[in-house]
Ligand binder design. Structure first.
Ligand code: NAD
Length: 442
């Protein structure tokens, strides 16, 4: 395939060398003439393992060349990869001037391009940028139409500097956010020989995934360092702690606790976070990430409260009061906090939670419920239909088959606020509850 790569920095050079090695004909474009000269002399403009030999090899065999203007490169290619920088402005926003420049260049080249062409963005862009910045500029300059004359994809790069070539050939996944099937198929062909799961999604999901990933990586580093300084202050070897931490691949290094939903609660997480934050304070250790966890969680409960407030109606039916489905444990349940907040603001509540009702009759929690939460205990009803009948707003706090089933009986005028994502496929819920349904963070 003939490929134009616009922006020959870290991402552009690594992509160019790897694609050329796979037998493609690559033209690299950069506004910096020094970088262009170096590449044409067979030298890498960046320091990265294997890259010097790969660029030398590719230029010698005519697989790679470089130039300072985009027009010829794009016109002679089937696909263009945008790899320009998106640095921070003073206020933290993304500086898009390079992206805008390169989008105009591609548009002008496409004006006289004889065939369908696929534009692929490898630069990191905030959600919405490809469709609101890149796309209109290309359409305006080319006088052509996306989906018809050219395709558009967002294909985030997951490489790490220092091991970029290895990462290119062994990515955790190949992610393609595509305007349409044709755009996605054209780009997929470039990854035929890469053994990694290839996922196709929408452009906005692909844009966001890069930010979710990098924020998480940054959070992990900050978290490990805070655990490190706390360990040091207590005379504990942080590396031994974290080596053992990583042995737990069921809860720690795992897919657990990563799905957006409602606040955490229960008898352990809030009390233990509180205790370690207090210990940090006593030791004079600044641990802003750990300190931010409980306020973030409380803010999420406040968010749910505000959703009820904006939904209108004073009668709220709560489905699920315990801190998660399948338990009767109400200690530090965020649903209890939310219910108390609503009660305090004059909402009329009816609460249905079969586990809590049962435990009130026979369980060890009976005393706790009757003594600590008598104001909520008296609002417990044992008939789900009673709640369904009366509520203006249904607040779903646990994910159970019974509650999923109850959503089929929602009446006109009732609002559903889902705190637990009753179904993975959101369309199933929004189709069924057209205009009546809101999720807390989806
Ligand atoms: N560096 C990484 O490890 C990495 C990893 C994943 C994603 N990314 C993302 O990829 C993008 C590129 O990152 P980078 O580190 O390669 O940037 P970089 O600054 O090293 O390279 C960008 C290149 O684009 C060139 N350029 C600017 N305007 C141009 C134009 N109009 N036409 C042609 N070339 C132009 C610049 O001269 C520069 O050589 C960024 O959005 C970055 O966030 C970087």
């Amino acid at each position: 395939m003939n490929i134009a790569i616009l922006g020959m920095g870290y991402v552009g050079c690594v992509s160019a060398a790897c694609l050329a090695k796979q037998g493609h004909f690559v033209t690299g474009v950069d506004v910096n003439p020094t970088k262009v000269d170096l590449i044409n002399q067979g030298k890498s403009p960046i320091v990265e393992q294997y890259l010097d030999e790969m660029i030398q090899d590719a230029t010698t065999h005519g697989q790679l060349r470089a130039m300072t203007t985009a027009t010829d490169a794009v016109q002679q290619s089937d696909i263009s990869l945008i790899c320009v920088g998106t640095p921070s402005r003073e206020d933290g926003s993304q500086d898009l001037q390079h992206l805008q420049g390169v989008s105009r260049d591609i548009g002008r080249a496409l004006r006289v391009h004889p065939a369908y062409h696929t534009v692929v963005i490898r630069s990191t862009l905030l959600p919405g940028t490809a469709e609101s910045v890149v796309l209109p500029l290309i359409e305006e300059e080319s006088d052509k139409q996306v989906g018809q004359d050219f395709g558009l994809c967002v294909n985030p790069e997951f490489m790490r500097e220092g091991s970029a070539v290895e990462d290119y050939y062994n990515p955790p996944l190949t992610l393609i956010g595509a305007w349409d099937q044709r755009s996605g198929n054209e780009l997929s062909a470039l990854y035929e020989n890469i053994e990694a799961p290839l996922m196709q999604t929408t452009i906005r999901v692909a844009e966001m995934l890069k930010f979710a990933s990098n924020s998480f990586h940054a959070l992990k580093v900050g978290f490990a360092n805070e655990i490190g300084v706390l360990c040091k202050a207590m005379g504990i070897d942080s590396h031994e702690v974290m080596d053992l931490f990583m042995q737990d691949t069921r809860l720690n290094i795992s897919t657990q606790y990563l799905r957006p939903g409602f606040a955490f609660g229960g008898s352990c997480l809030p009390k233990d976070v509180r205790a370690i934050v207090n210990k940090a304070k006593m030791l004079g250790v600044d641990a802003p990430i750990l300190q931010a966890i409980l306020p973030s969680n409380e803010g999420h409960i406040e968010r749910a409260f505000n959703m009820v407030r904006h939904a209108g109606g004073k009668k709220v039916g709560i489905l699920g009061l315990s801190f998660k489905g399948g338990t009767d444990d109400l200690r530090e349940s965020p649903m209890v906090h939310l219910a108390e907040k609503l009660l305090g603001k004059g909402y009329k509540l009816s609460i249905y939670d079969p586990n809590v009702s049962l435990s009130r009759i026979i369980g060890a929690n009976k005393q706790y419920i009757d003594q600590v939460l008598p104001h909520l205990a008296e609002l417990l009803v044992t008939d789900l239909d009673e709640v369904m009948e009366q509520a203006d707003v249904l607040l779903i706090g646990n994910r159970t088959a019974e509650f999923r089933d109850a959503l089929k009986r929602v009446k006109d005028g009732q609002q559903v606020i889902d705190l637990v994502r009753m179904e993975k496929n959101l369309d199933n819920l929004t189709d069924q509850l057209d205009g009546h349904y809101q999720g807390i963070c989806w």
